[in-house]
Design a protein around this ligand. Structure first.
Ligand SMILES: NC(=O)c1ccc[n+]([C@@H]2O[C@H](COP(=O)([O-])OP(=O)(O)OC[C@H]3O[C@@H](n4cnc5c(N)ncnc54)[C@H](O)[C@@H]3O)[C@@H](O)[C@H]2O)c1
Length: 261
């Protein structure tokens, strides 16, 4: 087992990528603190893990709220004695272009997507520094590296990538690794509103992907598992783009541009 005896906090693990990561980590021997605003969903992740013999417990927390993050972290440390792994995964995605985004929406997205990574990392880092070990995995997005809409969310994800690099450089000497993952489209609840207005949204998007499909939560969980484990012992400050080839190039553009040849 790749995470035997490790204590992992996974934010936003009531659903989607966070849930798949929690299940995967527990399967590999970690004791998982499932944290989310969604109590019913979080509890169901815990129940699923326990039903297969894994170890998990739920703590309700709002990652954008400082007091909530501090009390969630202290609850894990009181109960388990330490934190080995933090996966900063919770997010929302609201608003499209700058002219359409109300300032409250901008602030909320920056707070849940970016400030949360600062708050949760700041809460666990002192404990990791004392023990001279730890792994932080930040779930960023292809939105953080190229323009694909959702301006507030995307700017926040770009911030997550830079924060990953800064924390990797600042705390590497204490044996702490900090990495980020940039997923492409993954079929999860975060797409629920868009799927409501276009039930074929995933099929329509798939055509832009070299692999001709969108991804599954477990395909991000497997990279998070690698980064959290000792197998990634020399990886820090890195961005792992797991996007079915979306940002590798523009084949559809190439087909149009070269059509005259
Ligand atoms: N699904 C995609 O296409 C995609 C692509 C790139 C990146 N991502 C990123 O993957 C991560 C997981 O997203 P997902 O697709 O699984 O979405 P999801 O909506 O299924 O899961 C997000 C979880 O975060 C929780 N959450 C939201 N606000 C919170 C808060 N303030 N405090 C605590 N929990 C909160 C939600 O309750 C939910 O359980 C996010 O960081 C997202 O930006 C997703």
């Amino acid at each position: 087992m790749r995470l035997s005896g490790k204590i992992a906090i996974i934010t936003g693990s009531a659903s989607g990528i966070g849930k798949a990561t929690a299940i995967r980590f527990a399967h590999e021997g970690a004791s998982v603190a499932v944290t989310d605003l969604n109590t019913a969903g979080g509890q169901s992740t815990v129940d699923e893990i326990k039903a297969t013999g894994g170890s998990a417990f739920f703590i309700e927390a709002d990652v954008s709220n400082e007091a909530s993050v501090v009390s969630m972290t202290e609850a894990v440390i009181d109960a388990q004695g330490r934190v080995d792994i933090l996966v900063n995964n919770a997010a929302i995605c609201e608003g499209m272009d700058v002219l359409d985004i109300a300032s409250e929406t901008w602030d909320r997205n920056l707070s849940v997507v970016l400030r949360s990574v600062y708050l949760c990392s700041r809460a666990v880092l002192p404990h990791m520094i004392t023990r001279k070990q730890g792994s932080i995995v930040n779930i960023a997005s292809v939105n953080g590296i190229t323009a694909v809409g959702n301006a507030a969310y995307s700017a926040a994800k770009a911030g997550v990538i830079n924060l990953t690099q800064n924390m990797a450089c600042s705390y590497g000497e204490y044996g702490i690794r900090v990495n980020a993952i940039a997923p492409g489209t993954i079929r999860t609840e975060i797409w629920a509103e868009r799927e409501k207005s276009n039930p074929n949204v995933f099929d329509d998007i798939a055509d832009w992907y070299p692999l001709k499909r969108v991804g599954k939560p477990d395909e991000i969980a497997s990279t998070a598992l690698f980064l959290a484990s000792d197998e990634a012992s020399f990886a820090t400050g890195a961005l792992f783009v797991i996007d079915g080839g979306l940002t590798a190039g523009m084949r559809k553009w190439t087909d149009v541009a070269m059509a005259s040849e």
